[in-house]
Design a protein around this ligand. Sequence first.
Ligand SMILES: [Zn+2]
Length: 333
Amino acid sequence: MIDVHVHLRDAPAVEVYGQVARSYGIRCCWTMSPLSQVDLIRQALGDTDVRFIAVPDWGNPDPLHTMGQGFLDAISAFHSEGSRLVKFWAAPRARDLSIETGHPDLMDLTGPWRRRQMEHAASLGMGIMTHVADPDTWFETVYSDQDRYGTKAAQYEQFERALEAFPVPWLAAHMGGWPEDLNFLDTLLERYDYLHLDTSATKWMVRALSAHDQQQIETFFTRWKHRILFGSDIVAVGEHLVIGGEGARADQAGTSAEAFDLYASRYWALRTMFERDWTGPSPIADPDLHRIDPDQFTPLDAPTLVGRALTDEVLRPLYAQAAAQFAQSLGMP
Ligand SMILES: [Zn+2]
């Protein structure tokens, strides 16, 4: 299996991730990691293959540089390390960060900096990965200020303009940001034959995909079986191995054993949902349930996970072949 969407950082956590990956059949992962950790991550993963997705230097305290010239430079540097895919994060929350810099369109997919960066990526033969939108639940709650963030549909106007401007191999994370609306994804995939989706953000995918009926899921995953790539969005970072560490949360980890369980829960949930005829409580706490209905749910409650028992004919491309084809189209080593 190939996991096209992970975030790895710091050797001890990456080693734990590597154990989980091997346990769940992952032979290769594509990670969004700091450029400075490329060698360290390769070493920590041992036999598990790794590819690097170009990302801005989030550790830099100057966002205007990080998302501007700094990202152009980072794209070149990642390319030299063998990267063939550049991630442009454009969740509505990016608007907050951009406004703080005094350039509200800094991180817009159609803003002048993003355009230059996409041009640069395309000129190097790299593909584009995006995070557009966020769960429907967030638009009902955290993004209720529509003047600031726009509606969910409005996110896709920018997205489509960027897609039209750069017809390169394209990967839209988190089922294109709209797993709640498979009919909409049908129309996007019909219109742009170079567009692909990944299944990452396990918590969100389990909640949203479990809500569809069986026939709809089977039809969608069968129809687009060469355009949907398996991804988990596992975040494996050093803080997970520190009890009460910075950013520690009740639903996160503090020891290697807890970190193992945290990462494993993502693969267990996704593989159970795709492969098995099993329905039961998801092992992953989902605070969005509480966000929408605080009377009925606590932040540690979890949704029902519905197993889909997809056939091998669908699972093989989902788990590996679609990613391998996508990589090949970019000449990824
Ligand atoms: Zn991610």
